[in-house]
Design a protein around this ligand. Structure first.
Ligand code: CDP
Length: 235
């Protein structure tokens, strides 16, 4: 979400004609580049950006800090219902606390992937996500943007890439940020995350029937962004 406070779940939609507001849904597996692509597409079009994974990461972080079971549906849903994160200038704030770095930790990513399989939590986060649909438009990235959250999105992109290439990209990102990591561990983590995301009962990671599948294994970010913009402008 770009430079905008997120209103609490359950609040009225920001715009009663929200359904008219264009949404570009970008879904795909972990480390496929969705986040970067979504931000650049949103910037090019002057749209807001919803990083839905950040919401699951926030719940994962809170669950770890509060020793909440990562499969305790009612408690996780209660956590999510009170969530009022703010996304401002690339920072993520929760109750005045800067959690930008904390939610990117690998242990938090693993916790996010676990809590994301819990149905009541997913239901509790729906309203919060849909409220981000405001004029002039929204680019939403995640796993179920095109299938569950915004099934009427005007453009659905399913971004995939070879798991080894994704692991290499993630390694580069982590090293640039000063974290230590190794390729073998990352490969294993990515495979586990893919498996969990694709096989869970609730909102599994799958390309929507009407999604355009884009394989970024051999493409640069610029090429992927250009393709998405070309599809959007050609609608
Ligand atoms: O960084 P990475 O691509 O692995 O994950 P993310 O997009 O930050 O999302 C963190 C976790 O939340 C993922 O592993 C998914 O399991 C889950 N997630 C989801 O289930 N549905 C979404 N719409 C977004 C994320």
């Amino acid at each position: 979400m770009n430079a905008a406070p997120v209103s609490p779940a359950g609040a009225a939609p920001a715009d009663s004609s929200a359904a008219q507001v264009p949404v570009i849904a970008i879904d795909g597996p972990t480390a496929s580049g969705k986040g970067t692509v979504a931000q650049r597409v949103a910037a090019a079009l002057g749209f807001a950006c919803l990083d839905s994974g950040a919401l699951y990461r926030i719940v994962g972080l809170l669950a770890l800090e509060r020793d909440t079971d990562l499969d305790d549906g009612p408690r996780l849903a209660a956590l999510a219902a009170r969530l009022q994160p703010r996304f401002e200038d690339g920072q993520v704030l929760l109750d005045g606390r800067d959690i930008t770095e904390a939610i990117r930790r690998e242990d938090v990513g693993r916790a996010a992937s676990r809590v994301a399989a819990v149905g009541p939590l997913r239901a509790a986060l729906l309203a919060l996500q849909r409220q981000q649909r405001r004029p002039p438009g929204l680019v939403a990235d995640g796993r179920d943007m095109g299938t569950v959250v915004f099934p009427d999105a005007c453009l659905k992109v399913y971004l995939q890439a070879d798991v080894r290439v994704r692991a290499e990209r993630r390694l580069k990102q982590l090293i640039e940020k000063g974290y230590s990591a190794n390729l073998a561990d990352l490969l294993q983590t990515l495979r586990e995350r893919d498996q969990r995301d694709q096989t869970r009962d609730c909102a599994p990671l799958i390309a929507a029937e009407d999604a355009k599948v884009l394989d970024s294994t051999t493409l640069t970010v610029e090429e992927v962004v250009a393709q998405v913009l070309q599809w959007y402008r050609g609608l």
